[in-house]
Design a protein around this ligand. Structure first.
Ligand SMILES: [Zn+2]
Length: 85
């Protein structure tokens, strides 16, 4: 999980920390504004990109992938690893 967070709560906590840090430093680095679930590593990331449509997790901090969704992504990732061997 490259720079990813285990779940939405961890990503949101990190988002606030990063925002505070950047604000304190008056950094010109793009300020992350949202979190999103990553299908590449099954973790969560922060992003500075805004989205036109609010995603389910933007509205609900308790939102999580369904176990079916996790199983589907997990199978995809495993297939990908196998094809690289
Ligand atoms: Zn990822």
């Amino acid at each position: 999980m490259k720079q990813g967070y285990a779940d939405q709560a961890a990503a949101r906590a990190a988002l606030v920390r990063i925002q505070e840090k950047l604000a304190a430093k008056r950094s010109s680095r793009a300020m992350p504004v949202r979190v999103y679930p990553c299908d590449r590593c099954l973790g969560w990331h922060t992003t500075a990109k805004r989205q036109k449509r609010m995603a389910a997790w933007d509205k609900d901090p308790g939102w999580d992938r369904t176990s079916e969704e996790i199983a589907r992504i997990d199978a995809l990732l495993r297939n990908e690893v196998r094809s690289q061997l």
